[in-house]
Design a binder for this molecule. Structure first.
Ligand SMILES: [Zn+2]
Length: 229
């Protein structure tokens, strides 16, 4: 495991980090847009705060429900595929061995070596080898729908709490300005963190997320202004 000391792979943390940052981005943009839109209609302070809070809860719930359903259906497909594969390994073991051998030949091993590797891996754990090398399913880090749902609930609400705090502290007449500027700053900060942790270029990632967020909030505030008067 000397390898680890020379370079740190970022791909292993890319998955959860991407999900957490996306959730927080969504929370910031949707709640800030909602509050900016309400402030643009010159709503009452209490109505703005209540609407923002309702948006936080409904957004976090719908985000985690969506995440739960999507991870479940992904996992259903994988389980069905693994069942088919396990059945085929039992009934057509000779064919499956040839199939695995061919996969390793296609990846560049010689016929003899591919056959030896396929035989050893079949002895070791045939289903695991076929899942990984034929179906591209990893048996070791499969996504858990409940964990995914809870994680997106928290990441969305964490993001949504930021514009809520600003709304709570800000007088209605300055709310649009303070919500939009503070949210763009948070989006940029998140962009920097995620680009840095994910090993991506910082400037393009940060500009993209801030620009998209600012545009979403400005459009909602504009719609609020148009329909509110
Ligand atoms: Zn197979």
């Amino acid at each position: 495991m000397q390898d680890k000391e020379y370079h740190n792979h970022k791909i292993f943390r890319a998955g959860w980090l991407r999900a957490a940052v996306l959730g927080a981005n969504d929370g910031i943009i949707s709640t800030a847009s909602l509050i900016a839109g309400m402030a643009a209609i010159n709503s009452d302070y209490n109505i703005i705060i209540t609407t923002g809070f309702a948006g936080l809860i409904s957004g976090a719930l719908s985000m985690s429900a969506g995440e739960y359903v999507s991870v479940c259906s992904q996992s259903d497909i994988e389980i069905a595929d693994l069942k088919l594969e396990a059945l085929s390994l039992k009934n057509n073991s000779e064919y499956e061995l040839q199939e695995l051998t061919q996969i390793y030949i296609d990846r560049g091993l010689s016929k003899k070596l591919a056959y030896d590797v396929a035989v050893s891996l079949t002895k070791h754990n045939a289903l695991d080898a076929h899942a990984r090398d034929e179906l591209g399913i990893s048996m070791h880090n499969r996504a858990n729908p409940i964990k995914a749902a809870i994680a997106s609930f928290f990441s969305f609400s964490t993001g949504a709490t930021l514009p809520m705090l600003v709304a709570l502290l800000s007088p209605v007449e300055h709310m649009i300005f303070s919500i939009i500027t503070s949210s763009v700053l948070w989006l940029a900060t998140l962009g920097i963190i995620s680009a840095h942790t994910g090993g991506a270029k910082i400037l393009p990632a940060t500009t993209r997320v801030s620009f998209v967020g600012a545009a979403a909030m400005a459009i909602t505030a504009l719609i609020g202004k148009l329909f509110g008067t």
